[in-house]
Structures are given as C-alpha cells and as structure tokens.
Design a protein around this ligand. Structure first.
Ligand SMILES: C[S@@+](CC[C@H](N)C(=O)[O-])C[C@H]1O[C@@H](n2cnc3c(N)ncnc32)[C@H](O)[C@@H]1O
Length: 375
C-alpha cells in the first residue's frame, strides 16, 4: 500500500517529509501552490535522500521532480516553460504529485516505472518493472552501424530485446528492415508487444521467446544485443534503483561474461556471410574479449555524445576505441562490433587473473577512500 493516499492524512512514514508535504498542502489550500514550488520541494527532498538519478535526463534530480509533476498534470514536458511553472495547483493535484515523489524516494522506484514510459531516441516507449529502463547509448551510433552493413535479406535480430527499444528504433529508421525481438522473459516480451503495436510495426517486427539463439531460425544481416553483463561483484554495489530492475536483465554471472560468451560464439551460425554482430558488453567485457581473442578484428566503440546530453555523465569521453592505444583506460563502457568471418569458432577460456585482481583491488581502495572521506 502506498504511504500516500488521497483521503488519508498519512503522506509519508518519514516524519520530516510528511511535515514538508503537509505544509505544502496548506499552501495549496490557501490557493498559493505553484508548479514551480512543488518541483523545488521534490528536488530538495530527493537531494536530501541522495536519490540516484537513474540516468534520467542530464542526471538531474530537478528534472526528475519536474517530470513527475508535469506527468501528473499531463503537461507537455517543457520543464522551463514559465507558463507551466507558474500554473497554480489545487490540493488534489498537489497530493497526487507528492504521492509520486514519495514513491520515488521511499521505494526508490525508477521514474520510468512510475510513469510507465521511457524516452528512447526521442520516442516514448511503454515500460514496466519487467523490463530494463531503456538507456543503451548504442543508439548514438545506430546510423553508423546501419550504414556499414552490406544488406542481403534486411533481417535484423535484437537479441535480449527487453522493451524492444533497440529493434523498434532500427525498424523505424529503415522501413525495409524485418526485425525479430528475442528475449527469454515472456513478461518482457509482453511489454515489447505493446511497443510493437504502439509504433504500428506488427507487419515487420516480431517477438520470439528464446533463450539466446535456441528458438531462432535463419540468418540475419545484423545481430544487435544489449545483454546482461553486470558481474556478481558489481551488482552488489548498484544503487537501489538499479536493483528494482529485473536481475535477469542485468546479471551476467561471476564475471559478467556468461551471456556475452555465448553470444560471441553462437552468433556466427545466425549471420549472413557479410553480417555483423554489434553488442554492448560494458567496459570490463570489452577488455576481456580483447584479451581472450587477441587475433580477432574486434572493434570497440565508445558512445557518442547524445544531442540532448548535457555536460555531465560518461559521454564526456568521446572517442573511438580504434583511435586509441589499447591500454588507454579512460573508456567507461563500450560496444563491440565484429564481422561474421572474424567471430571465433569456439570459446576461449583464457582469462586475465592479474587484471581481475587489479580491478578488484582498485575498487576496494576506492571504497576505503570514500569511507574515510565520509566519516
Ligand atoms: C540489459 S536488458 C536489455 C533490454 C533492452 N534491449 C534495452 O537495451 O533496454 C537484457 C535483456 O536480456 C534478457 N535475457 C536475459 N537472459 C537471456 C537469455 N538467456 N536469452 C535471451 N534473453 C535474455 C532479459 O530478460 C532482458 O530483457
């Protein structure tokens, strides 16, 4: 049961927040409540509780508060429009907005689960708690990926499709594409189906319930995937918002490579001779793959700065891996691109124990430093 209910005076189980909500409601009763003020209140409370931005907008909590307020009031998302900011709020409207703030803070629910929508490449996708909130920055290079393919049958496979945001975006970029969205989770595919309908793509985009390639048939020009690749070690340090997303969508085993390894060796079978595999595998896996398959012409691609991104965030580092010396360690995350002929025939178990040890030790030192700084 939500702590905030319309006819109930309990706005929050947290005393300080409850007090803040009540005083805001009394301002609204006196016909003095404004959208701008409720956003300021939400922002302050979220900042105090050190809420994780969960990749929203420019990682700004003000934008989170503004989005929830605008969503609740069904206003266009023009967070800085003075007409909307100065709009007055009645008590009922304020209660609804405060209810959303409280759920975001107390339950640490990602914003997209509260609004049941997420924007990806400027389009609004339906999402719920069965899918990862769409955010793969591979989208910053979609046009480049499509441009380099020698098309044979125009078939594209979005493996580990979740909400379907990647495959659907590609289908909308090129009307000749026939796209299959594959996922092991039937619940995730229900969300993908909604999105296929939403963008009127049922003639060209199909959902397949499949454990990676187990139920996939035929060959594709492009296999694109954002599989789970968070290692068990990394997962335990993730903020609560991330842990509200399905673990199935994130966890990739002890070293995060369980799914990546399988895709890496099985994709060959499902690609046309000139087809390519594009997979977001994270920084650690990109390096591990390079280590395991030193002779494979594997291309690492960094994300590009999205048009709408601000100064903060990982996309400050814009570079192509191929332009950089391999040892450069500034890249935070990454995508690998590999042509079919280059893909390995079998899995290499070669590991890099020294690097893993260094990685774990540096993480430990970072955490100790943070602990001593904060205490
Ligand atoms: C990181 S999410 C990516 C979702 C979406 N493509 C995106 O970028 O937002 C990974 C997805 O892989 C799916 N998955 C996990 N294990 C799988 C498997 N063995 N076979 C197919 N899909 C799997 C999960 O259900 C989840 O939807």
């Amino acid at each position: 049961m939500s702590p905030v209910e319309n006819n109930n005076l309990v706005l929050s189980r947290n005393k300080k927040r409850s007090c803040a909500y009540h005083s805001f409601l009394s301002v609204c009763r006196a016909k003095q409540g404004r959208v701008n003020a409720v956003i300021r209140l939400g922002h302050t409370l979220m900042r105090k509780e050190k809420i994780f931005h969960h990749f929203f907008a420019d990682h700004s909590l003000r934008a989170v508060a503004a989005h929830l307020a605008f969503f609740s009031l069904k206003l266009p998302y023009e967070y800085d429009n003075p007409v909307y900011l100065d709009r007055s709020l009645n008590e009922e409207e304020a209660r609804e907005i405060l209810g959303l703030f409280e759920r975001r803070i107390a339950e640490r629910l990602p914003l997209a689960y509260l609004t049941q929508e997420a924007t990806y490449l400027g389009r609004r996708f339906y999402v719920n708690e069965q899918v990862l909130v769409p955010r793969s920055l591979m989208n910053t290079r979609f046009e480049e990926f499509l441009a380099r393919i020698s098309w044979e049958n125009h078939r594209v496979l979005d493996l580990c499709a979740g909400s379907g945001c990647i495959g659907i975006s590609l289908a909308l970029m090129n009307p000749r594409l026939q796209v299959d969205l594959a996922d092991i989770s039937a619940e995730a595919l229900k969300v993908a189906e909604v999105n296929v309908e939403r963008f009127s793509l049922s003639a060209r985009v199909h959902c397949i319930e499949s454990d990676l390639f187990s139920r996939i048939e035929g060959k594709y020009d492009l296999i694109i995937s954002n599989p789970p690749y968070v290692s068990d070690y990394e997962y335990q340090w993730q903020p609560p918002e991330i842990k509200k997303e399905p673990a199935l969508a994130l966890k990739g085993g002890v070293d995060g490579m369980d799914l990546v390894n399988r895709i890496w060796v099985e994709a060959r079978e499902y690609l046309n001779p000139k087809g390519i595999l594009v997979a977001e595998v994270g920084y650690a896996a990109t390096r591990r793959l390079k280590w395991r398959y030193p002779r494979v012409a594997l291309e690492g691609v960094c994300y590009k700065k999205p048009e709408e991104a601000g100064k903060k965030g990982i996309w400050k580092k814009i570079a192509r891996w191929s332009d950089l010396p391999f040892e450069w360690s500034g890249m935070m995350d990454g995508v690998v691109v590999c042509e079919r002929e280059q893909l390995p025939l079998e899995l290499s178990r070669k590991n890099d124990p020294l690097r893993s040890w260094l990685f774990r030790t540096s993480r430990l030192i970072q955490r100790l430093c943070r602990f001593f700084r904060e205490n």
